[in-house]
Design a protein around this ligand. Structure first.
Ligand SMILES: [Mg+2]
Length: 249
């Protein structure tokens, strides 16, 4: 076992703000399924898409949302996201794989056609890149664990000159499982994520109950996510992130 402790970071909404890219790629993926929202420009992120982003867990959901967005009733999606999602899939006769495939292809095409322009649609959150690099001096390694595919994540990390000790993408499996595997290889110092339900799932996993979990307040959070956090989950802001790890809790 390697003794240098590992701090694990989610990618979207933690390291990188990819809102412009989510919308752009989702719009084009919807277009490839003949369902692009004509009324909306792929260059201009609609406020409603931005507001509903915290409910999204997997990339394919963004494609569905893009197709549904014109005329979408926000209140009923916020109230019953999965019910609305399921109803929309049924109505359109779409399967999850179809949507995920369309998104992956839209991204791949964008990267192949104009890599620079695609990369420009992503922005690391302020100070993140510097802070990640400085973890090394504190004696920690850091890793990325994301539901994005490994290839796109690696491309972006590379563009920002960020070199994690390890990268696990969608292909690696559910986050709690990957964390358990990582924990068998080396000591885990914490998990930094912007999705509260993912942190809750991690903390309810046998073997991960003691893992320090951090919910980033700069990410894609639902309005209620910051309130009444269970023990084991700490809300962390950019000021706190900049401090030595020992002072995070
Ligand atoms: Mg995230």
């Amino acid at each position: 076992m390697q003794e240098r402790p590992l701090l694990v970071f989610d990618f979207d909404g933690v390291i990188v703000d990819g809102m412009a890219e989510y919308w752009w790629s989702s719009w084009h993926a919807a277009k490839s399924l003949a369902a692009e929202p004509h009324e909306l420009s792929p260059e201009q992120v609609p406020e409603l898409f931005r507001r509903l982003r915290p409910w999204i867990h997997h990339g394919w959901e963004m494609v569905l949302l893009a197709a549904e967005l014109p005329g979408l009733d926000e209140a009923s999606w916020v109230e019953g996201y999965e019910v609305q999602q399921h109803a929309a899939l049924l109505r359109r006769g779409w399967a999850v794989d179809l949507l995920q495939g369309a998104l992956d292809r839209a991204r791949l095409q964008a990267v192949q056609q104009d890599r620079g322009a695609w990369l420009q649609l992503h922005r690391p959150f302020p100070g993140l890149a510097r802070r990640l690099r400085s973890l090394d001096e504190e004696g920690f390694d850091w890793a990325v664990l994301t539901t994005k595919t490994e290839v796109f994540t690696a491309e972006l990390l590379n563009a920002f000159e960020l070199r994690p000790a390890r990268l696990d993408g969608r292909e690696a499996g559910p986050k709690p499982e990957v964390l358990l595997r990582l924990g068998q290889e080396r000591p885990l110092r914490g998990f930094v994520e912007d999705r509260r339900s993912t942190l809750e799932a991690v903390l309810s996993t046998e073997g991960l109950q003691e893992l320090p979990c951090y919910l980033v307040d700069w990410g894609y959070l639902k309005p209620a996510d910051r309130q009444q956090l269970p023990p084991g989950i700490q809300l962390i802001d950019l000021d706190r992130l900049a401090k030595p790890l020992a002072q995070w809790s």
